[in-house]
Design a binder for this molecule. Structure first.
Ligand code: TRP
Length: 454
């Protein structure tokens, strides 16, 4: 056990680090698309409800465990439920983020490549097919994606080696405000394009007929994924929050930023998609084929602007992905440092190596290893599905059950209200505790079983 543990400097730092973890590829390439598919404003209302009444209480469950114990996921479980099987849960949440990191880093690598491409070559004048074949050829090749994955993971490790304050906090505090600024610039640009109004309509026109059970489930799943829940990331970050801080405020701040960023990203992306007459799409194709094509089209009349927008866009993606990947790595680093007595440098190097190896397999699964299938999925798809559909929901379920049923109510109250001293928190504790104890486990339980059967 370590004598003194680092903490985040202040509330701003906590919220920037947590929002940094939350804001990532999920906000940029999935949210805008599923909003349009799920009924625009109608979907956004459901998303808002799931963010604040389901995901936020789960985030706070992780925060209660983390700050109460001031320990890594494994140590935290051991402290609160010594000698029980709960420590295995702690261990699981050390492994899950490492798997996410492996494939996330591959995609992070693609953004490194596209950032470099937008600096050196321009997409101007290329047709839609040319742009998407550029992407297809790149990800199915061997050395380029591997090199970019290595660079991305290397950057992640470099930041994490810098420590909680000198690495994670510093990086998040500087880059997150810049990221907001960049994406707002992009919104202005996107909305200025002729024909962009159709994109705004796509995002906002309320269409309650599209709001079926599937859309509601996808709103919940998305808010859960977007807030990085269920794998101990928020637990670990909360363990670096000082005792005077108001956990509910930091949680609400994180949820608001995550939501705002998702909406703003929607307004940066969709109006441009419609302005050049494309069909909206989600997933990697949106970021690495559709958008470069848009830059190519717009570049015909304004090459300069198109170049700059494309550089800034890929830089934003890179930064958004990095502030998420450092949070994934930190979970395991905290574990190895505190439970195995490793130095930060050694712990980071070891996990870098593990995630790098698995990431290489994920990367090659778009090329030479595309025929290697695990339960019908390529290695990349398998890692993604295993974590997003199972490990994250399972983790979220166990965290809420732990806080709602295993911990004493007085302990939870104490942690969420700072010993009863925070008036607003005292007032909303009852509702929050009810959600953590009954509603959240029931809803995530249903999502988990549905994923299992589906
Ligand atoms: N929230 C991240 C995003 O929107 C992705 C993510 C999912 C994540 N699970 C996580 C990040 C766990 C950190 C830890 O892109």
């Amino acid at each position: 056990m370590q004598a003194s543990r680092e903490t985040f400097g202040n509330r701003f730092a906590v919220v920037m680090a947590m929002a940094g973890s939350a804001i990532g590829l999920g906000n940029i390439w999935r949210f805008p698309y599923i909003v349009g598919e799920g009924g625009g404003a109608a979907f956004i209302i459901v998303y808002l409800f799931s963010s604040f009444f389901l995901s936020l209480p789960i985030l706070l469950s992780e925060a209660v465990i983390g700050r109460r114990t001031g320990a890594n996921t494994y140590g935290a479980m051991e402290k609160l439920a010594p000698g029980t099987g709960w420590k295995w849960m702690g261990l699981l949440t050390v492994i899950s983020p490492l798997i996410i990191l492996s494939y996330y880093s591959v995609v992070g690598g693609w953004s490194v490549d596209f950032f470099a491409k937008s600096l050196t070559i321009s997409f101007i004048g290329e047709s839609g097919e040319q742009v998407s074949s550029l992407f297809g050829r790149f990800i199915s090749s061997v050395w380029g994606p591997l090199a970019c994955h290595t660079v991305f993971l290397g950057l992640t490790a470099l930041i994490v080696v810098g420590g909680v304050k000198g690495g994670i906090e510093k990086f998040s505090k500087i880059t997150m405000p810049v990221l907001f600024f960049l994406i707002l610039l992009m919104v202005a640009y996107s909305l200025s394009l002729p024909g962009s109004k159709a994109g705004v309509d796509y995002l906002l026109r309320p269409d309650f007929s599209k709001l079926d059970a599937h859309a509601v489930a996808s709103a919940m799943g998305q808010s859960f994924f977007s807030l990085s829940l269920g794998v101990g990331t928020m637990l670990t970050y909360s363990s670096y929050v000082n005792k005077q801080e108001n956990l509910i405020y930091t949680g609400v701040g994180t949820a608001i930023f995550d939501l705002l960023f998702a909406l703003i990203a929607g307004f940066a992306v969709m109006p441009a998609v419609f302005a050049v007459g494309l069909e909206p799409a989600g997933g990697p194709g949106l970021v690495f084929s559709t958008l470069p094509y848009i830059f190519a089209q717009i570049g015909i009349s304004a090459p300069w602007l198109s170049g700059i927008v494309s550089i800034l866009f890929f830089l934003s993606i890179l930064v958004a992905a990095l502030t998420s990947s450092i949070s994934m790595l930190e979970v395991g680093v905290a574990f190895l440092m505190e439970e195995k007595g490793l130095s930060r440098k050694k712990a980071t190097s070891l996990l870098f190596l593990a995630a790098w190896l698995l990431g290489c397999l994920c990367s090659l699964s778009f090329g030479p290893l595309s025929e290697v299938k695990l339960l019908g999925n390529t290695i990349f798809e398998f890692c993604d599905k295993l974590t997003s559909n199972f490990l994250m929901t399972f983790g979220g379920l166990l965290f809420t059950v732990f806080v709602g049923w295993k911990m004493k109510k007085s302990e939870v109250y104490d942690e969420l209200t700072n010993g009863g001293t925070l008036r607003p928190n005292v007032r909303c504790f009852g509702v929050l505790y009810f959600i953590i104890r009954y509603l959240a486990p029931a809803v995530i339980g249903i999502i988990f079983v549905t994923n299992l059967l589906g």
